[in-house]
Design a protein around this ligand. Structure first.
Ligand SMILES: [Zn+2]
Length: 385
């Protein structure tokens, strides 16, 4: 069940160059594709046979021990298909990663977090609002359901939206701010203002109040403590703490029950991203709102994510140290440093995936979806950051 990896067209490059090094590029491309197609057809047959047995063309965890001859995978290639390969059926999402269902007629779910604080979610995104005696503070406005935010507020309050807090500048978390209407005070870290000025997006109105390190928003009898812990996911991404509700919201860092989104949720600074997970772990709170997935998080979720981070770092470091550069590289590619590195890093990532799979493939939802991405991001971070 590991043959699907041969459909990655890059794997065929070495084959064609080896056989037809002096060939005209167009002819070479055609032959490469036809060879790839034949191989993939064979793979499809193998896969279909497996489907007949298992009911689905599912990811599995046993590596292939085939040697890396022409057009064949690297030695010990993981069965979890690498980036760019189509998957018939990803691994199942374990119950631990699932949350309460969304009412399809409403399109969102409202979850009380205590003392006037609520989470709104469509089970993919999460935002919050805080009700105080004269109004409502909205925290983030994901465009997918922002139009429902007033309706969600109306379920529990008839007060107007007076403030919006932006967790960070990314459009997928605040791109619905404009549809909330009115002229609310908009609060964000100063880096978020800089990035939003550059974006010049009418759907993301500029913050009217900014801060550098810390800002306490007092609204009636309610309070939110905003703090900036430096660039990790992106500059300006803040921690939002509701002390009396014992809730911490940090977006795009911890994904309760799940692997982080690809490449550590696109963290711009991976060592700082790891450090922020540790910081969140040590803070005093009961409920974590991570901005994504179907449920809120606990300290056990953050512990698990921190453990995964340590394991992927160790796996990538070991793979970097024990993988021999140039092994199995076509001699005709020796003068191409990009190709030599591609070959080396592919084998590093494959070893990293093999190391992590036995322990983690059933612990975090989406392991098979993003483990290659995490390994590639990790080896790169270790080499250059
Ligand atoms: Zn983001």
């Amino acid at each position: 069940m590991s043959k699907e990896i041969n459909c990655d067209r890059r794997r065929f490059l070495g084959t064609a160059v080896n056989d037809h090094g002096s060939m005209h590029p167009r002819e070479y491309t055609a032959r490469r594709n036809s060879r790839a197609s034949r191989f993939c057809l064979a793979v499809l047959i193998v896969a279909s046979t497996c489907m007949g047995v298992t009911g689905a063309y599912a990811q599995s965890s046993a590596p292939s021990s085939e040697q890396g001859v022409e057009g064949e995978p690297y030695p010990l290639m993981p069965a979890i298909a690498p980036i760019g390969v189509r998957i018939g059926k990803y691994m199942d999402v374990p119950p631990s990663a699932q949350g309460p269902a969304i009412d399809p007629a409403k399109g969102y779910r409202l979850q009380g977090l205590g003392s006037g604080l609520y989470m709104i979610t469509d089970n993919a995104y999460q935002s919050m609002f805080l009700v105080y005696d004269r109004g409502v503070v909205v925290i983030d406005a994901p465009p997918g359901y922002a139009a429902h935010i007033p309706q969600a507020i109306a379920e529990v309050s008839d007060k107007p939206i007076t403030h919006i807090v932006y967790s960070h500048s990314h459009i997928d978390h605040i791109g619905g701010a404009k549809v909330l209407g009115g002229h609310p005070v908009i609060i964000a870290q100063e880096e978020t203002l800089r990035l939003l000025k550059r974006a010049a997006d009418p759907n993301r109105p500029l913050p009217t109040v900014t801060f550098s390190d810390k800002y306490t928003l007092r609204a009636g009898n309610q309070a939110l403590e905003l703090s900036y812990h430096g660039n990790a996911h992106e500059p300006g991404n803040i921690f939002i703490h509701a002390p009396s509700q014992r809730v911490l919201m940090v977006v795009d860092v911890v994904f309760p029950g799940w692997m982080p989104w690809r490449r550590f949720a696109l963290a711009q600074d991976i060592p700082a991203y790891f450090a922020q997970v540790e910081e969140i772990r040590k803070m005093d709170w009961d409920t974590l709102v991570g901005g994504h997935v179907a449920r809120t998080g606990t300290h056990a979720d953050v512990d698990l994510q921190a453990e995964f981070n340590r394991d992927v770092k160790q796996a990538a470091a070991t793979a970097l140290a024990t993988t021999k550069p140039g092994e199995g590289l076509n001699p005709l590619d020796k003068a191409n440093p990009w190709a030599a590195f591609d070959n080396y890093i592919d084998r590093v990532a494959a070893q990293c995936v093999n190391t992590l799979t036995p322990k983690w493939s059933t612990k975090l939802a989406g392991f098979d979806v993003y483990v290659w991405d995490q390994c590639y991001a990790m080896e790169q971070s270790l080499r250059i950051e």
